[in-house]
Design a protein around this ligand. Structure first.
Ligand code: XMP
Length: 323
């Protein structure tokens, strides 16, 4: 059992001692870990921290806006917002293989981050430290045998892999914490409950939820469908009862009717799972009335989608993501 205010005070002191008067950069993704790390480090060293938020065009609806409002707006942290949508889309054009897509997104992320770090240097801010939201399970995972197998099934791209290429010292203030402790810390630092208790979101984002070739128009449709699903889950009090829930874009057209007309549009699949460790998972038995409402809303509000299906596959043999 630990006392949060004492813990924060202790952590702040440690960060100040470690960093001294040097500058720190951090890749802010909107996820729980990088958000809590940013809030804690900002508490410790204020403007010596620069956060870099990369919009690769594969984020959830309003993600960039929410992150900027929270960190630049409310916490008054220094945040650089990078619009890299065209760059990412350009490199992803014509690429359909899931692992290839992951590699490209990971590689471009490092590239964009490096460019921003260089710009800060020219601007007089030479970062000596790279901060990351690494948590205790990540530390174990990188040495664990159990996860090696999972990694060969899907190469997980996170904000990792940056230090060698940047030549920076690593600052990882959450290294000793479990996920629930990170969440408690986030709340104590003033981050909103909804941000801190969010479902996990993969590094490649919607890139692995748009099957096959990633296109910006597909991403726009998917973002809107996904936001409706998540809104309705929250409204029905089901969000916290699922471990992960999202929409998937299927680049398949099917026929529908709307008014007097015939439609020929795309399909969205809904995925919601319950799991302890994400290694195995059950599909969530969401109420039919909730599924019906989500389906109606998506088809009525998102022009371009005329059919919604629910994924009832467990892991194994399916995976949680579709790619
Ligand atoms: P799967 O689909 O392998 O997903 O059952 C298990 C968990 O891992 C997440 N996931 C990823 N996270 N980069 C990430 O950062 C990835 O490439 C990636 N692929 C899957 C997935 O969202 C789920 O929580």
């Amino acid at each position: 059992d630990w006392n949060m205010p004492d813990y924060i005070e202790e952590a702040v002191k440690r960060i100040r001692e470690q960093v001294g008067d040097e500058e720190v950069i951090l890749g802010l993704s909107g996820g729980v870990d990088s958000s809590v790390a940013a809030a804690l480090i900002h508490r410790a060293i204020g403007d010596q921290l620069t956060c870099v938020f990369v919009d690769h065009g594969l984020l959830r609806l309003n993600e960039g806006k929410l992150v900027m409002e929270m960190f630049a707006g409310r916490l008054h942290a220094r945040v650089v917002h990078v619009d890299a949508v065209d760059q990412f889309m350009g490199h992803l054009k014509g690429v359909t293989d899931p692992e290839q897509k992951r590699k490209i997104i990971g590689r471009e992320f490092v590239e964009v981050f490096q460019t921003e770090a260089r710009k800060l240097r020219v601007g007089g801010t030479e970062a000596k430290w790279l901060a990351q939201g690494t948590i205790y399970p990540d530390v174990i995972e990188s040495g664990g045998a159990k996860n090696k197998k999972a990694h060969t099934i899907k190469s997980h791209h996170n904000v990792g892999g940056l230090p060698e290429t940047l030549g920076l010292k690593l600052l990882e203030p959450l290294r000793d914490l479990f996920k629930d402790e990170v969440r408690e810390l986030g709340v104590a630092l003033g981050l909103p409950h909804d941000m801190v208790y969010r479902h996990p979101f993969p590094g490649p984002g919607l890139g692995v939820r748009i099957l096959g070739e990633v296109r910006q128009d597909f991403a726009d449709l998917l973002r809107r469908a996904d936001a409706i699903f998540i809104d309705e889950l929250r409204a029905a009090d089901w969000y916290d009862k699922t471990s992960q829930a999202f929409a998937v874009f299927l680049p398949v057209k099917s026929v529908g009717v709307m008014g007097d007309g015939r439609t020929y549009e795309y399909v969205v699949a809904l995925r919601a799972v319950q799991t302890q460790d994400f290694m195995t998972a059950h599909w969530a038995e969401l109420p039919h009335s909730l599924l019906g409402k989500v389906s109606n809303r998506i088809i009525n509000e998102v022009r371009g989608i005329n059919r919604v299906v629910y994924d009832i596959s467990g892991k194994p043999p399916a995976t949680i993501e579709w790619e």
